[in-house]
Design a protein around this ligand. Structure first.
Ligand SMILES: Cc1cc2nc3c(=O)[nH]c(=O)nc-3n(C[C@H](O)[C@H](O)[C@H](O)COP(=O)(O)O)c2cc1C
Length: 147
């Protein structure tokens, strides 16, 4: 069974909920561990994993500081490992995934697939405009108020 680390930074919890959901699905057929990058222990060894899921929110059209701090401090992996990158954002992830992917490649983490979950609730106003709000509502497990 492949060993996967789901790593996330989350400000107010949206990215955490998406990461939890992904980890729960992966754990059905992968040896899955999930970590908040802010709570990672010094003993965390990325080399023991076969692959990664890494998620972060878009903040001012950029990857969040929390995820950039994490990748900046990470030691380069002994050998290349694949990763699925995702962002959550209110409206538009701009170049966030591309910016973060460049940091990953420097650390021998090779993004192979990515996704932005947009329409995530920074405010109810953003939520109302989001065409994919129903999908986000389902992932977050919150009540659909008919937006
Ligand atoms: C200070 C701040 C700046 C943000 N900047 C953007 C942005 O540039 N583009 C965007 O689409 N969403 C933006 N958002 C919305 C967040 O990316 C979105 O709500 C995200 O899901 C929050 O994830 P979190 O709960 O894990 O922190 C911003 C939110 C905050 C609080």
């Amino acid at each position: 069974m492949k060993k996967i680390a789901v790593l996330f930074h989350s400000g107010v919890g949206v990215t955490k909920k998406v990461a939890n959901n992904i980890a729960a699905n992966l754990s059905e057929n992968h040896d899955t561990e999930i970590f908040s990058v802010e709570e990672l222990q010094r003993e965390f060894n990325p080399n023991v994993y076969d692959g990664f899921v890494i998620g972060f929110p878009v903040i001012h059209a950029h990857p969040s500081d929390g995820i950039l701090n994490f990748i900046g401090k990470l030691d380069r992996l002994d050998k290349p490992k694949p990763a699925y990158l995702f962002t959550t954002c209110g409206w538009y992830s701009t170049n966030s995934l591309r910016i973060f992917a460049k940091h990953c490649i420097q650390k021998n983490i090779e993004p192979v697939i990515h996704r932005d979950f947009w329409g995530c609730p920074a405010t109810d106003g953003v939520f109302k405009q989001a065409p994919n709000a129903k999908e986000i509502i389902k992932i977050l497990g919150i009540q659909d108020r008919g937006y």
